[in-house]
Design a protein around this ligand. Structure first.
Ligand SMILES: [Zn+2]
Ligand SMILES: [Zn+2]
Length: 416
């Protein structure tokens, strides 16, 4: 059964996250986006875990949950969280984010108790900082229940990732040691897409996953996974990962990686951005302030890649690059903010007609969009689907900017 899964996001208890991130709001936003299975986020946080325990009920014995009081039983929750690990290995400080999925609420309860008993602070942040090594964490999870899944989050981002330029490793095994065999997947992060990851043969044995890492409802599903689940259960998802069953991954939904905020190298404060080739020429130093540049995702991929650009491993699943619908509407209207009233009005009208955002971005025939919402929006979506757009790439924590229309193209002021 084809299901859309977005499994890494955050609750309102994580730092810099929207106050609207409640379970009922996540369910509603998930349905509007077109997600079928959504991560609970932040299950180590005591207060959020209390809400999870009180507001969600298990669907049969499936390990998937739904809101107890719901009007829409289509949306399932899968127990998920992200943790930050900071520890010293050799003479280097490692900073690493990992995604964890749990088979049921009881397993989460035991994991939380175990972490608290080790004196770790789960209370101060939905994404807690734990002074544990990566293999120690995997071991703790697996001792509680071997159906726990742990994998590295947004693997290339400079500051907190397994291969990041600031504190990362060069091999999976350097990080996970004797637990490496229990790592079944990795997350691409917004600033890299599948073709970039395919260049690193180290990743061939893992399942590539894409998740939104949303800190607000609007960003849900900006990356997601379309998976053919044999049945609607945690076990079914877990088996696909454990068996490295890539055929079950129908496709991943991707951000255009250039739009990600760590795609290229640079210094945000100095307003300086450059490509990996240029970075080498200037020895990684900012020409303005002479300090080391923040080395982005593309540079790290090029550094670790053992295959040429364009290489596609056998059996690699498909992917689709998308731009969020409110951004597309905003650009079509010539409006700066995706939150503007006019943009939101059209967004609502489109959802009423076509049901959910991913359907509009991926499936609704362009003629239908043209007929109901005008040629300009249809053309914008056509360009997005075909990748005919220009992007000013992101760097050093600054998102890239997508342009679907050339500034020279004339366009009407309003759609209607
Ligand atoms: Zn993270
Ligand atoms: Zn600088």
């Amino acid at each position: 059964m084809e299901q859309v899964l977005d499994l890494h996001l955050h609750s309102r208890f994580s730092r810099a996250c929207s106050a609207n991130l409640t379970l009922p709001n996540l369910e509603r936003a998930g349905r509007r986006k077109g997600i079928d299975i959504i991560g609970t986020a932040d299950f180590t946080h005591p207060q959020w875990f209390k809400e999870i325990s009180e507001q969600l009920i298990e669907i049969g014995q499936s390990g998937l949950y739904r809101l107890a009081e719901t009007t829409d039983s289509q949306i399932k929750f899968l127990l998920s969280t992200e943790v930050a690990l900071i520890y010293k290995q050799g003479d280097k400080v490692r900073r690493l984010h990992l995604v964890i999925h749990a088979p049921n609420i009881e397993a989460v309860r035991q994991l939380n108790q175990e972490l608290i008993s080790r004196g770790l602070n789960l209370r101060s942040d939905g994404r807690p900082i734990l002074g544990l090594t990566a293999p120690a964490l995997v071991k703790i999870c697996r001792q509680i229940d071997p159906q726990f899944i742990v994998y590295p989050a947004h693997i290339w981002t400079p500051w907190f990732s397994i291969f990041g330029s600031k504190s990362g490793f060069n091999k999976l095994e350097e990080c996970f040691d004797e637990q490496t065999e229990f790592i079944y997947a990795y997350e691409t992060g917004l600033s890299s897409d599948p073709p970039m990851n395919w260049r690193f043969s180290e990743l061939d044995k893992l399942i590539l996953l894409s998740n939104s890492d949303a800190h607000s409802l609007a960003n849900l599903a900006r990356e997601a996974n379309v998976i053919d689940l044999p049945d609607l259960s945690y076990q079914s998802f877990c088996n696909i990962l454990k068996n490295r069953d890539k055929q079950k991954i129908i496709s991943t939904l991707e951000f255009f990686p250039e739009e990600g905020m760590y795609h290229l190298d640079g210094h945000r404060q100095c307003g300086f951005v450059c490509s990996p080739t240029k970075t080498k020429k200037i020895h990684g130093l900012c020409p303005h302030c002479r300090r080391p540049l923040t080395i982005g995702v593309l540079s790290r991929v090029e550094e670790l890649a053992d295959r040429p650009d364009g290489y596609r491993p056998d059996g690699a699943p498909n992917f689709e690059k998308l731009v969020e619908l409110d951004k597309i509407i905003a650009e079509s209207l010539g409006v700066k903010s995706r939150n503007s009233k006019k943009v939101q009005e059209i967004y609502e009208q489109m959802l009423q007609v076509f049901d959910n955002e991913l359907a509009i971005l991926r499936k609704v025939p362009l003629e239908e969009i043209d007929r109901q919402f005008g040629g300009l929006l249809a053309e914008a979506i056509r360009r997005m689907r075909q990748g005919q757009l220009t992007i000013e790439p992101g760097f050093d924590g600054q998102y890239g900017t997508i342009r679907l229309f050339n500034p020279a193209e004339t366009r009407p002021i309003t759609l209607f």
